[in-house]
Design a binder for this molecule. Structure first.
Ligand code: TRP
Ligand code: ZN
Length: 482
């Protein structure tokens, strides 16, 4: 951190550090050691150490699409790696009406300043046991000012009011810390989980969410859509959408693990222009091209949900969020690549997010080459941009660096340097082995683990070349493929 004090003040002004233990705050009821956070270097208040949420079974009711009102019932399947006398979830959401532990009512406390919901189970949660924690809530989700984006943005639960003959829209846009605005969660990328998401909406509306659609039930004036996300994903990548969507199904593409079919569906609001739909016309081809480089597509479905507000695009799992203003083929390919890098191989902590953006950006270069374009010229533009704007080592040391030019373009050039060093065939093998290795188990990767893997797979020379890109302040010269 170069300017620690102004940085801290800026964060405090945004209310972001209220969850860290500073002496001025009232003492927590449990000894701090029982409810330690995950101590992320950039978001020190997020998560609970030792807590492992395996699954979220979520039922949302969105009675008035176009408003932020929501009712939720979520049952978390919990495990732990140490005895936990309390469970302390991230939550900045609507009012909690009931909390049950294995179906029995238990005491709970909401601390809005800390954005935590603390629950006291009848007996501590111990390693080797699992529990089901149910939370019921209703009202208006909290607001999280985006801590990092150049343009101001409220993260989390979003609404676009109906108007001009348009239906109302409600959806989720969370990276990095917006999911706990509407969902009690261990809202840190290191605790990935599976999801069942059921969404009840007024008849005529369509709900979509991460995962495979497992059915629709119409009853009375409502429709309920169910989605199962069977592979673990980080909480920030959960996608939920409500609009009068047109759902467009395509033939499955056999690029999953072992050639498994990947279901294809896109969701378009009725007012989507044809030019926007065209941006997604080559998704099947992009799935095949990227699966050649990265290995099998890691999820059971892929597509996009188009939303109308001016926002950045986000790689929501199995169903990327593509705002109209971002709906280009380049961005479409970028978000698709994030399904491997970000959603299957997830940053262990927020400073490691460059590993996601680097490879999503590098996919743009690979796609350009697939189309017969000049990848080296693409890389040269990145290098010129960084020379002009200045740069830094890759691990972010403050939130303002999370999604800056260095994260994307220096990150991408790091992989270009590795490719230049080892050649195309070895680079392809490296990427495939990297996905296999780091999507397994916890499904996360840290910067040191990445560097160790480069050394292990590609040797000390390659590691040295990559390390300059990762760790030095100065910009190394443009890598040239031989
Ligand atoms: N990961 C996004 C991308 O594809 C960028 C992003 C970061 C974002 N935070 C966001 C998008 C919040 C929407 C909302 O590059
Ligand atoms: Zn990205």
């Amino acid at each position: 951190m170069r300017r620690p004090f102004s940085f801290l003040l800026a964060l405090l002004a945004l209310g972001l550090l209220t969850a860290t233990p500073v002496p001025a705050q009232p003492a927590p009821r449990a000894p701090a050691a029982l409810t330690e956070t995950l101590r992320d270097p950039l978001f020190p208040g997020l998560g609970q150490a030792g807590l492992d949420v395996r699954h979220y079974d979520l039922h949302l009711t969105v009675s008035e699409p176009g408003t932020r009102a929501v009712r939720g019932v979520v049952t978390l399947t919990l495990a732990s790696t140490r005895p936990l006398a309390q469970v302390r979830l991230d939550f900045l959401g609507p009012g909690v009406t009931a909390v049950r532990w294995n179906d029995r009512a238990v005491p709970f406390r909401v601390d809005e300043r800390a954005a935590k919901l603390t629950v006291t189970p009848p007996a501590p949660l111990r390693p080797g046991t699992a529990a089901r924690l149910t939370v019921e809530y209703a009202g208006t989700p909290g607001e999280r000012a985006d801590p990092d984006f150049p343009t101001p943005l409220l993260l989390g639960w979003q609404a676009v009011p109906a108007g001009d003959g348009r239906a109302g829209t409600t959806f989720l846009l969370s990276e990095p810390n917006g999911t706990h605005t509407f969902l009690p969660s261990n809202d840190h990328p290191s605790d990935k989980a599976t999801f069942t998401t059921r969404v009840t909406v007024p008849r005529g509306y369509v709900a979509a969410a991460s995962g495979v659609e497992a059915g629709r039930v119409d009853a009375g004036g409502t429709s309920t859509f169910t989605f199962t996300q069977r592979e673990p994903i980080p909480t920030y990548a959960l996608g939920v959408f409500v609009d009068r969507f047109e759902r467009v199904d395509g033939a499955a593409v056999p690029v999953g693990v072992g050639g498994r079919a990947v279901a294809r569906r896109d969701y378009f609001p009725p007012e989507t222009p044809g030019t926007v739909r065209e941006a997604f016309g080559r998704t099947d081809e992009a799935l095949r091209v990227l699966a050649e480089w990265f290995g099998p597509y890691p999820f059971a479905a892929y597509g996009v949900a188009v939303v109308t507000p001016r926002l950045p695009a986000l790689e929501t799992a199995t169903l990327s969020t593509l705002p109209l203003n971002m709906s280009t083929e380049r961005v479409a390919v970028h978000e698709l690549a994030h399904q491997w890098f970000g959603n299957a191989v997830t940053p262990a902590q927020w400073p490691d997010v460059w590993l996601s953006e680097a490879l999503a950006a590098y996919a743009e270069l690979l796609w350009t080459e697939h189309l017969g374009g000049d990848g080296q010229a693409y890389a040269a533009r990145w290098h010129a941009n960084l020379t002009r704007a200045g740069t830094r080592p890759l691990a972010a040391t403050r939130t303002g660096e999370l999604f800056d030019l260095t994260t994307y373009q220096r990150g991408a050039l790091t992989f270009h340097a590795l490719r230049a060093e080892i050649g195309d065939a070895a680079f392809r093998d490296f990427l495939r082995a990297y996905v296999t290795r780091f999507s397994a188990g916890p499904g996360t990767v840290s910067t040191p683990a990445f560097l160790a893997f480069v050394r292990e797979r590609a040797g000390a020379g390659a590691e040295g070349a990559v390390r300059r890109w990762v760790e030095e302040r100065a910009l190394p010269p443009l890598p040239v493929r031989r």
